[in-house]
Design a protein around this ligand. Structure first.
Ligand SMILES: Cc1cc2nc3c(=O)[nH]c(=O)nc-3n(C[C@H](O)[C@H](O)[C@H](O)COP(=O)(O)OP(=O)(O)OC[C@H]3O[C@@H](n4cnc5c(N)ncnc54)[C@H](O)[C@@H]3O)c2cc1C
Length: 370
């Protein structure tokens, strides 16, 4: 019997589980290695921080899928991989052998790298990843804000940093929020028009922007590259989507940043028995952004290609779309939309985002009952 090991319950693997529940794979042993019994949907996390959602609104529970898919769940994390020997090392030290491996473990905030850039970060910062840990800690910040006005510094001027800064400003109106954006412009990946919208949104919500690198974090301050000190009670770390360090030494071909290099089949360019999708992977033929949208979309071709390989068929190439609808939550029920060069904003954009996000959770709430 062949053994398929699925590492991580990321977006693509949630879809894979749903296809297995609909149509189990006979003659294949399938193990899912994932540290939590659920997947927390990051797209709704800013809405959770803003107070629009309870944490339970933002999760996909794996149990209903596992019950119907014949997949065995192992509550563990991978800590090493040997693609040549076809083994994964788990966090209890055990080795798991595979015939076929699929990796969907996402990107990480590499504590060591961030600590080198910002000494003190590991001890004092509130990291947004793993999102499960952040989801458990955020209510403590809200409780603390009930006792005194907090000075919150959101570190990172990308989409997550912008959304979180707006969400914090909305949730904690008597606290101050500063976005420490580093050298790059806030929302640097967006068009000039969208950047202007973001700037206005931040200004309207009284969020100060500091265009300096954070160089260190201590108990009540963030040190800045220009020598300044920013008084801060809660440094919220929203930078970095780094490759997991356990991929180093795996023998897999990795891109320059250390993500798994995959081809048009979402298959490792060096090891045909390894597939990868979502943030942990890097398409060498047509690079795509690391985003939930692409991770979700990769689920359908990944599931089809794993099934094909296991049943002796040829996998099919997958062409990711070049443009995606991007929806940026702005704290209160208001959002900015962009699609290529087009952009818009308003309450209706939030309404649309809410509908799409809740629809996603609903879609994966469990197999349809006969
Ligand atoms: C605050 C925030 C808001 C965001 N909002 C958006 C948005 O609105 N739209 C958008 O497109 N993108 C958004 N993103 C980006 C988005 O989160 C990621 O691009 C997306 O989660 C990637 O999906 P994935 O399936 O690759 O991995 P993930 O969603 O990260 O899932 C990986 C899973 O693997 C598990 N795992 C991790 N390590 C291991 C291991 N070693 N062994 C086993 N399992 C492991 C994790 O527990 C997790 O369940 C946001 C990110 C953040 C931080």
């Amino acid at each position: 019997m062949k053994h398929l090991v699925m590492l991580g319950a990321g977006h693509a693997h949630v879809h894979m589980l749903s296809t297995l529940a609909a149509q189990p794979l006979a003659g294949v042993q399938i193990t899912l290695v994932a540290p939590y019994p659920r997947q927390l949907y990051s797209g709704m996390v800013p809405g959770f921080v803003a107070g629009h959602y309870a944490l339970e609104d933002c999760v996909i529970n794996l149990a209903p899928w596992l019950a119907h898919s014949g997949v065995q769940w192992l509550q563990r994390s991978a800590v090493a991989l040997d693609a040549d020997a076809r083994t994964v090392t788990l966090d209890d030290g055990s080795l798991m052998a595979f015939d076929l491996l699929s990796v969907n473990t996402g990107a990480v905030q590499n504590r060591e790298k961030i600590e080198q850039m910002m000494p003190g970060a590991r001890e004092h910062a509130l990291f947004v990843r793993p999102i499960e840990a952040f989801g458990a800690l955020w209510p403590q910040v809200v409780a603390l804000a009930g006792t005194k006005a907090l000075r919150v510094a959101v570190l990172g001027g990308g989409a997550a940093g912008i959304e979180l800064a707006c969400a914090v400003a909305h949730r904690l109106p008597s606290s101050s929020v500063t976005l420490v954006a580093g050298d790059a412009l806030v929302g640097a990946n967006y068009s000039d028009k969208v950047q202007a919208r973001i700037k206005r949104a931040l200004k309207k919500r009284h969020i100060s922007v500091i265009q300096e690198q954070a160089t260190g974090i201590s108990v009540a301050e963030v040190a800045l590259g220009n020598g300044g000190q920013l008084a801060c009670d809660v440094p919220l770390m929203a930078i970095g989507a780094q490759a997991p360090s356990w991929l180093q030494g795996s023998a897999l071909a990795l891109d320059k940043q250390g993500f798994i290099a995959v081809d048009e089949f979402q298959r490792s360019t060096s090891h045909p028995a390894v597939f990868a999708a979502g943030d942990v992977s890097s398409r060498v033929d047509r690079p795509v952004a690391r985003s939930g949208v692409y991770a979700v979309r990769a689920g359908v071709p990944l599931a089809a290609n794993l099934r094909a390989v296991l049943t002796g068929e040829e996998p099919n190439p997958y062409i990711p779309q070049t443009k995606t609808l991007n929806l940026l939550a702005c704290g209160e029920k208001y959002a900015i939309a962009s699609w290529g060069g087009w952009s818009a904003e308003g309450k209706w954009v939030w309404w649309l985002k809410d509908r799409i996000d809740r629809g996603f959770i609903q879609k994966y709430s469990g197999p349809a009952q006969p």
